[in-house]
Design a protein around this ligand. Structure first.
Ligand SMILES: [Zn+2]
Length: 422
């Protein structure tokens, strides 16, 4: 390494941009797809890209690109998302986008035209806060999203996807428009993100190099029994749907604990019908979220969950229906690019942790069309998806130094790690 990327000069602008965004929406961070706050933030980001010598483009879905032209027809991509969850924090996604913006700007000012194009991608919808469809932006880029799926989406107010687009001044999506979002020229991709957990914070290690992004099942289980009088129906005559669902909640906890391998299990949704103190519930629906970075363990967790549902239905005289809402296997990051990230961290004397990500990220989707790497920095107390989330300037600088050097070596130099990857 002759001269490493040093983010000292651009760190101030990153902090100013993050602060600007925080204040723009009165601190709400309510950037749900196609809302006014989302639109305003995208406009602002585009103007920052333009002042940073980038050519900008929005695809039909709303993904925003800032591009520095290179000599070849291949592209090194830096990405993160620009939407937020409802009342989210100021760093989730936004940190990666704004840090990426500063990295590109600095590289261009320092080294001029790169060998390969460099693009900053601000993904329009990762968290899926409005339409409950995760990774919408990146799945449009890989071509994994169908028009039928888009057609079926509605927000909490019952507004269809295309009606929401119309309100935001965008043309309705059709099959052809969706296809136009696809990319096939990506050489490699990097995502910088604050860790959404406390491994780095607790260990005091400043950087994380992600080896694998965890697998995730979201399983909807519905029990149907018989509604009847709570006072007159004897205990042996009951078909109480909630009794089965309640036992299943405890089972999910036990299942995750017993599976080991960093498995986790959550029931965050439980609906009971009819919901009266004097009526035995005839319907209970819950959604279990099971995650594990090891494929085989996750598969076993899914099987055990299904088996338990059948047992509980039989034991309580109920009918039962299971539906997988998400069946995402663990995604390993590209070995060569994670090797490059490690090498850079070592050269820069930055202690790092080899780790898995317990949260999903756009890079796991983009990894199906290009080799990808992910870098984590600390989030104070591991807090994420909350207005309380915070990453300090020193951590941001560490992330940008690794990211900047990795982009320099892949876009300006034809580094062996990338040519080996593709
Ligand atoms: Zn995020």
């Amino acid at each position: 390494m002759t001269e490493s990327f040093n983010s000292t000069e651009c760190l101030g602008s990153v902090l100013r941009h993050l602060e600007f965004l925080k204040n723009m929406d009165n601190g709400w961070n309510h950037r749900l797809l196609y809302t006014d706050a989302w639109n305003m933030a995208m406009d602002e980001l585009e103007s920052w890209m333009l002042s940073g010598n980038m050519k900008t483009r929005r695809d039909a879905l709303g993904n925003l690109y800032g591009r520095i032209e290179g000599r070849s027809d291949k592209t090194v991509l830096l990405l993160s998302h620009y939407d937020s969850v409802e009342s989210g924090g100021s760093y989730d996604g936004a940190l990666g986008v704004i840090a990426g913006l500063a990295v590109l700007d600095t590289l261009f000012l320092k080294y001029g035209t790169p060998e390969h194009n460099i693009e900053l991608l601000a993904v329009c919808d990762e968290d899926g806060g409005r339409f409950k469809s995760s990774f919408l932006g990146s799945r449009a880029i890989t071509g994994e999203i169908s028009y039928e799926e888009i057609e079926g989406l509605t927000d909490a107010a019952g507004l269809s996807f295309n009606a929401a687009r119309e309100r935001a001044g965008l043309a309705p999506i059709d099959e052809e428009i969706l296809k136009s979002c696809k990319r096939s020229d990506i050489l490699c991709a990097f995502e910088l993100h604050a860790e959404q957990g406390r491994k780095l914070y607790d260990s005091g290690i400043p950087a994380g190099i992600v080896k694998t992004i965890t697998g995730q099942y979201k399983i909807k289980a519905e029990f149907t029994g018989e509604a009847n009088h709570a006072g007159t129906t004897t205990m042996q005559d009951r078909q109480d749907a909630l009794v089965a669902a309640a036992e299943l909640v405890g089972f999910v906890q036990q299942l995750a604990r017993q599976s080991g391998c960093d498995s986790v299990g959550t029931v965050g949704v439980l609906e009971v019908r009819p919901g009266a103190t004097n009526i035995i519930p005839d319907k209970a629906m819950l959604i279990a979220d099971l995650r594990c970075p090891q494929s085989e363990v996750l598969l076993n967790m899914g099987c055990s969950f299904e088996k338990k549902c059948n047992e509980l239905a039989l034991k309580n005289g109920l009918r039962m229906h299971i539906e997988y809402l998400c069946r995402q296997m663990p995604v390993p990051m590209d070995e060569c690019l994670t090797g490059l990230s490690r090498e850079i961290a070592e050269e820069l004397n930055i202690p790092y942790l080899d780790m898995f990500s317990g949260a999903g990220h756009d890079i796991q989707i983009i990894s199906s069309i290009a080799p990808g790497a992910m870098i984590f920095v600390q989030s104070e107390r591991g807090i994420s998806h909350s207005p309380e989330e915070y990453t300090d300037a020193a951590s941001i600088k560490i992330g940008m130094d690794i990211l900047g050097e990795a982009v320099y070596r892949t876009a300006y130099k034809t580094c062996s790690q990338v040519s080996h990857s593709i």
